[in-house]
Design a protein around this ligand. Structure first.
Ligand code: SAM
Length: 341
């Protein structure tokens, strides 16, 4: 069946900044690498009203960008790749695929372009902009085979949670750019963020948004399997309450974690989490072949908007908690249902 897309409006992507640094001081060698190599690898992005924003009318054309207009190739998009270790390793071993890094931090971009040039990679380009805006409007619909978000900034404090990148709105944009069958990969070392990611994917897939959680390790609603090593896929039987499994959650269909993505290179962010004794969790969601009915898209947006308004009201008037809970959606004070590590 031909893929149809809902007439969704992405006119107002989040202006909440998910990053703490974009500029900063660079070493002279990094500044030189950026000015010499930037024109070859870094996409020039017309700005909206601030640095790292994307002008509303700007459209990226991946095939033209990689110099093979009219010829579709796999496209891997990494959001916040830092210095690009994972993406560049993948690009080196997959010369037939294009790789797009969307990163805001200039120092990381400078390191990345130096590494691209050093390794002689011809299939990597860098977009220096807020990924929330790039995915929401600059990348074409159904253009990416994979979207990666590894170790996004955790924003631990409750009042900072709203800065987290992985939200329902972001998930909707990921669904927008993924091709049917395309894969969204995530990883984090923060338990409550992992649960937020899982909740987001579940929430968005409960609406007909075209993302399906693709979990291979079942989770336990009442006692976190992911936080208890040894209780992995082998330790649990789907739907068996005797195993502590939530009887209502068939393993591998809803929720849960994925095995570590083999293409994920160990970075200092993962290393730091492991050294601090945190559990690293991978998640995966797949873009379904769902055919969109215009009314479906509209009702989905309406529901999301109602949920957001309800949770906004709770901030002002905390006694509205029950009403907001009844509407569902993500609690802004951090889903993850109280999991601590
Ligand atoms: C904690 S680092 C992780 C880097 C890398 N993914 C890794 O696993 O090592 C998060 C990165 O995401 C970038 N980032 C945060 N928000 C972003 C956004 N909205 N658009 C693009 N990059 C973003 C930050 O600049 C930073 O480089």
């Amino acid at each position: 069946m031909a893929q149809q897309h809902p007439p969704r409006s992405h006119a107002i992507p989040s202006r909440v900044r998910s990053y703490s640094r974009a500029g900063g001081r660079m070493r002279p060698a990094q500044a030189q690498a950026l000015s010499e190599l930037g024109p070859r690898y870094v996409v020039e992005v017309p700005r909206d009203d601030a640095v790292r924003t994307v002008a509303p009318g700007f459209r990226l054309e991946p095939e033209a960008l990689f110099g093979h207009a009219g010829q579709a190739r796999p496209l891997i998009v990494e959001v916040g790749p830092g210095s690009g270790e994972a993406l560049l390793a993948h690009a080196a071993s997959h010369p037939g695929a294009d790789h797009l890094a969307i990163e805001v931090w200039e120092t990381a971009i400078a390191r990345m372009v130096a590494a691209i040039a050093r390794q002689g990679l011809r299939n990597v380009r860098v977009v220096p902009a807020d990924a929330a805006q790039v995915l929401a409007r600059a990348l074409p619909v159904s253009s990416a085979s994979e979207v990666w978000v590894f170790f996004p900034d955790p924003w631990r404090k409750a009042r900072h949670r709203k800065r987290r990148l992985v939200t329902e709105g972001f998930a909707d944009s990921v669904a927008r750019v993924l091709r049917p069958g395309g894969v969204w990969r995530m990883a984090t070392d923060w338990a409550d963020y992992a649960w937020q990611m899982r909740d987001v994917v579940e929430e968005v897939s409960a609406l007909p948004a075209g993302l399906r959680p693709d979990a291979t390790l079942p989770y336990f609603r009442h006692d976190d399997a992911g936080a208890r090593p040894g209780l992995g896929a082998q330790g649990a039987v789907a739907g068996d309450p005797g195993n502590g499994m939530d009887p209502g959650s068939p393993a591998g269909v809803i929720g849960g974690w994925s095995e570590r993505f083999a293409g994920r290179v160990m970075t200092r962010f993962e290393q730091r989490g492991l050294e601090a004794g945190r559990t690293v969790r991978d998640l995966r969601a797949v873009r379904t072949e769902v055919a969109w009915e215009p009314e479906l898209g509209a009702s989905m947006l309406q529901r999301l908007e109602a949920q957001r308004a309800a949770w906004d009201a709770v901030e002002r008037e905390p006694w509205r908690l029950r009403e907001a809970d009844a509407l569902g959606g993500l609690r802004p004070d951090g889903p993850g249902r109280g999991l601590r590590e």
